[in-house]
Design a binder for this molecule. Structure first.
Ligand code: PAF
Length: 286
């Protein structure tokens, strides 16, 4: 595996490759990331991975400085995954000048849920992803469903700019107790780690209620928020949304005579909540 930090060297190395399968990451790689790489290998060749902790997508009070950076360990993991190139630019490689041109997603998708809680987050993500795509020129790029809204935002970005990159979704990888793998799990204390699976358990309970025919979405959401709060979490949102665009479902198409499993409007429940100082997100497709 070649480890490359400069854009020019990356272009030289990838010249002539037209089936690149690409996995952008911020490093601190875990089994969830490695599963993205295995998915990438099914969709193209060679596999290219990037590691870049992107300052643009962090708010002023967020964890940019503390975000785990484990490049040596990441390289070891990638070497076992048959990755052709790791692109690991420094900030000056990717942003030699301040990044004045930005890619801003529409408010109806980028300004809701994560976008409402983390202003500027999706603009930062879209800007870096667009730039990374320009550097790597991938045929396909793989994004995890764990960051469900990010996946939707990137899909629409690729569609709206007619990018020649297909966006492939990969399933969330969970620990045996249900906790979704995330680099931020490293922030959890032992007690918080023991409590953390509750987020997924609450999502499963929402799924159960929907599958049992409950249709008062607001009440289901309130109960889920209350269950987390009662266990000491600070819930940000738990929202039942349409998979297609993350808008609130139309109650008419979910009356009891239309089961929620109606393929016309499949649903997803998305959640974000703080456990101590750590903000966790998760989701479950219904
Ligand atoms: O999901 C991530 O790790 C990041 O948001 C991404 C897509 C690599 C952009 O910095």
């Amino acid at each position: 595996m070649k480890v490359i930090s400069s854009i020019q060297e990356l272009r030289d190395q990838l010249r002539g490759q037209n089936r690149i399968a690409y996995v952008p990451t911020m490093g601190s790689l875990h089994e969830g990331h490695l599963s993205l790489m295995r998915t990438a290998r099914l969709h193209g060749d060679p596999v290219v991975v990037s590691i870049f902790v992107n300052r643009l997508q962090f708010g002023p009070n967020e964890d940019f400085d503390n975000y785990p950076r484990t490049l040596a360990a990441d390289i070891e993991k990638l070497q076992k995954e048959n990755v052709y190139v790791l692109f690991a630019p420094g900030e000056k490689d990717l942003y030699p000048q301040p990044q004045e041109y930005r890619v801003r997603p529409p408010d109806d998708l980028g300004g809701i849920l994560e976008g409402a809680s983390r202003p500027g987050f999706f603009e930062g993500v879209c800007t870096v992803v667009m730039k990374l795509f320009c550097c790597v020129n991938p045929r396909v790029a793989v994004f995890g469903k764990k960051d469900y809204q990010q996946l939707m935002v990137i899909r629409r970005l690729a569609q709206q700019f007619a990018l020649a990159t297909d966006i492939v979704a990969a399933e969330t990888v969970r620990q045996d107790d249900g906790l979704a793998l995330s680099s931020r799990n490293a922030y959890l204390s032992a007690a918080e780690r023991a409590e953390a699976p509750r987020l997924y358990a609450v999502l499963k309970e929402v799924q159960h209620q929907l599958q049992n025919g409950e249709r008062d979405f607001a009440r289901i959401e309130q109960r889920a928020v209350a269950a987390l709060a009662a266990a000491g979490w600070q819930p940000d949102y738990i929202a039942i949304r349409r998979q297609a665009d993350l808008r609130a479902p139309d109650p008419a198409s979910h009356s009891t005579s239309h089961p929620t499993s109606d393929p016309a409007e499949p649903l997803v429940v998305v959640a974000a909540a703080k456990l101590g100082a750590t903000r966790l997100i998760d989701n479950l497709e219904i």
